[in-house]
Ligand binder design. Structure first.
Ligand code: ADP
Length: 747
């Protein structure tokens, strides 16, 4: 429009311009744009009212040269001398672009922007006759432009995000201060002339390059990537980019980039937290203040039996047993006051209706403004604990009612518990002794023994029925049997010991009495044996004299005696023989214990042969048959073994059946580490009621008239096997057979 106007005005210029102008003067005066005309030298020859309004002054005709305004400035603020103003340039034959922008200062100091459209006037020959300049006031537009650009600048500079312009080759063309801070270069020195690709973390560089090239082809794009700043710090960024067309038509990337490291970190932390919440052994639940459940972790699923899907959105009262429903309003009231509810022990319901013992810790949850909007609840299953508590209360009753003292102590010997029996036994009350050292109960000389016990406990060993002595409070001694077990903590480490102490004073006293009786008895037995030995030994001598003289009497004077005297003499000789046998047996009986422990084992086969040799005449006389199996060597005296065989085989021949020749079989078998010998005969046998009796001293089932004997043979056998902790017994079928068994050590 303006351009067209300028052209039109030029068209009107005719040779002798002044008068031509005059024809249009009224028109020019009425135009709302400033117009002035000059002569060929630039002197002002005309101006309209709009020119006065624009310049803020009344131009001086023929005096003002080239322009009608006061001081001039270029758009960049530098002074513009009047002779270089747009009209001066064209009048001097130069080129001046239409719409050249200038700034003029009005006399009141106000600056205005205008665009100048200068034109030269020429005559028919083309000689410059003057000039016309049209000035368009652009102050308002310019101000708006400046304001807008200042606003943009302010936005760019104050936005917390990075604003940057990146060339299609990655060159960093512009970056706001926030951006510079984000890349660790607040002074912009390192960033100047940099390629943005160098700042992108290597693993994201290709993606970023691809995005930049796409944007520079005219597309919008968004991308998350990591940068490594100049200071080496890694940041996670989110960028939204748009193509920006340059004046030369090329496209660059304008991007708004935000540092989301914290958000990413927060997301990571949130993920971590949620993983922790899910792996927690405790049930973690959150709810609104109206009791609606808003979150429910895995342990809550396990503990209560509801899945998160089933329960979220439901009321927490679903979990509360009817008799405990009044707990909830009280808890809510405390939470609303901002209080935390710590470790309250209560019961809740599982989905299957079972009650569980729980410890609850409930904390208020606040929103960003600090307003309480709900609660988080940590529920720990204490059912096993409660069960343990209940069983320990039982246990406590047992401990208290136990007859035994039950004490526990630390590894350093400090007493930690003390039951009622311990009070009775030791005379200390629990108050007096708990916290004291166990050594107050231990006699001085037994302290070392206690140290050894502690060492065994530390190894995790148990000490069973250990008999020792301890001190009562009054200083007297107690005989005790101690059973001590290590006490471990939850990790299995031995941290102390529990001790059960049984008073064995009474038993010890009884044992001592028993020992005394036994030793008295032993002494009496020894005296008796000594007496029997001496008596039988000393009796042998006079007995031999009686025997010799009675035999001499029979031999030398038997014929001279009457029949009745001869009968008396026969009885005398028989009595002497029996007496001799008795004395001999008695002597062997007393001699059983005379031998020391054998140095080497005796061969039972040899002992049997020796026994048979000494029984030779009786075997022959009875036509007895003696058979035997392989016999072992046993750790006993050979003489004892021989005596056993001799007495048993002798009896087998003596108590033979009148109907058959005696057959005796000797054998041995090994059982449970000892040898069991058997001497079997086919004799008259023994009635069951006498099976035990016959092993006693002088016990006989027959008179001397029926069978000669002293009743000592089996008693000697019994004494021999007793000496070797063996056993002797008989199995018999009366009239058929007897088998005498005896056991000896296996060696
Ligand atoms: P005795 O000197 O009487 O033989 P023992 O002590 O040897 O004394 O035997 C005790 C009694 O056991 C015998 O009197 C006899 O009655 C009985 N007796 C011992 N051995 C046998 C046997 N092999 N058969 C039957 N009875 C026997």
């Amino acid at each position: 429009m303006i351009g067209n106007g300028t052209k039109a005005l030029t068209d009107f210029v005719l040779p002798g311009g002044e008068s031509t102008l005059g024809a249009y003067r009224v028109l020019y005066d009425a135009l709302p744009v400033a117009i002035y005309a000059t002569d060929a030298h630039g002197r002002v020859t005309y101006f309209n009212q709009a020119a006065v309004k624009l310049s803020g002054r009344v131009p001086e005709l023929d005096s003002d040269q080239w322009c009608i305004t006061g001081t001039l400035f270029r758009p960049d603020g530098t002074p513009l001398p009047h002779y270089q103003c747009p009209l001066a340039v064209v009048l001097n034959g130069g080129e001046a672009a239409a719409g050249v922008e200038c700034i003029a200062e009005r006399p009141n100091g106000e600056r205005i922007w205008f665009s100048a459209y200068p034109t030269v006037l020429r005559d028919a020959e083309g000689t410059i006759t003057g000039g016309i300049n049209i000035l368009i006031d652009t102050t308002e537009r310019k101000r708006a432009e400046i304001e807008a650009s200042q606003q943009y600048r302010a936005i760019v500079e104050t936005t917390p995000e990075c604003v940057k312009i990146v060339g299609s080759d990655g060159a960093l063309l512009f970056m706001n201060p926030q951006g510079l801070r984000m890349i660790g270069d607040p002074s912009a020195q390192a960033a100047a002339g940099k390629n943005i690709y160098d700042l992108i973390a290597p693993e994201d560089r290709d993606r970023y390059r691809e995005m930049n090239e796409r944007v520079c082809r005219g597309e919008k794009a968004s991308l998350e990537f990591d940068i490594v700043g100049f200071e080496g710090k890694r940041r996670h960024m989110e960028s939204h980019a748009t193509p920006l067309r340059q004046l030369d038509g090329s496209i660059v990337q304008l991007a708004l980039t935000r540092d989301i490291s914290e958000r990413a970190e927060a997301q990571r932390a949130a993920r971590l937290l949620s993983a922790i919440v899910d792996t927690s052994d405790d049930a973690i639940i959150s709810k609104n203040l109206d009791g609606t459940i808003t979150s429910w972790n895995k342990s809550a699923e396990r503990l209560f039996g509801y899945t998160a899907d089933e329960i979220i959105g439901k009321s927490i009262t679903l979990l509360i047993p009817p008799e405990r429903l009044d707990e909830e309003p009280e808890i809510i009231a405390r939470l609303k006051r901002g209080e935390r509810v710590d470790h309250i022990q209560t019961q809740r319901l599982r989905k299957d209706g079972a009650k569980i013992d729980l410890s609850l810790t409930i904390s208020p949850v606040k929103d960003g403004a600090g307003l309480i909007i709900g609660a988080s609840k940590i529920a720990r299953d204490i059912t096993p604990l409660k069960r343990a508590e209940r069983s320990s209360l039982l246990l406590k009753a047992i401990v208290d009612s136990s007859e035994d003292a039950i004490i526990s102590k630390n590894l350093d010997g400090t007493i930690t518990s003390w039951n009622e029996s311990a009070e009775r036994l030791f005379g200390y009350t629990a108050e007096e002794i708990v916290g004291k050292s166990i050594t107050v109960l231990i006699p001085e000389e037994l302290l070392e023994e206690e140290r050894k016990i502690i060492a065994r406990l530390k190894q995790g060993e148990r000490v069973d029925h250990f008999e020792t002595q301890r001190l009562r409070k009054d200083g007297s001694r107690l005989d005790l049997s101690l059973t001590i077990s290590p006490v471990r903590d939850s990790t299995g480490k031995v941290v102390g010991a529990s001790k059960i102490a049984r008073d064995i004073s009474e038993r010890k006293r009884a044992e001592a009495r028993q020992l005394q009786v036994e030793s008295e008895l032993r002494r009496a037995n020894e005296d008796l044996e000594q007496f029997a030995f001496s008596a039988s030994h000393d009796l042998q001598e006079p007995l031999r004299s009686v025997k010799i003289y009675s035999e001499l009497l029979t031999l030398d004077y038997g014929g001279a005696l009457t029949g009745e005297a001869q009968e008396y003499l026969k009885h005398l000789c028989a009595g002497v023989s029996r007496m001799e046998m008795l004395v001999r047996d008695l002597l062997s009986y007393t001699q059983v214990t005379k031998f020391d422990r054998p140095r080497e084992p005796a061969d039972a086969g040899s002992a049997l042969s020796a026994a048979c040799a000494s029984l030779n005449s009786r075997i022959d006389e009875a036509s007895a048959q003696i058979t035997f199996e392989t016999l072992p060597a046993v750790p006993v005296h050979g003489a004892h073994l021989q005596q056993l065989f001799q007495n048993l085989i002798g009896n087998a021949i003596k108590y033979r059946s009148p109907d058959r020749a005696p057959v005796v079989h000797v054998s041995a078998c090994r059982t449970n580490g000892h040898w069991t010998f058997a001497v079997a005969d086919n004799g008259i046998g023994i009635e069951p009621e006498y099976k035990e009796n016959i092993f006693g001293l002088f016990k006989r089932l027959h008179t001397s008239d029926e069978y000669s004997g002293t009743g000592l043979g089996l008693a000697i056998c019994q004494k021999i096997v007793d000496r070797y902790q063996g056993r002797i017994w008989v199995e018999s079928e009366p009239g058929q057979r007897s088998i005498f068994y005896f056991t000896l050590p296996g060696g």
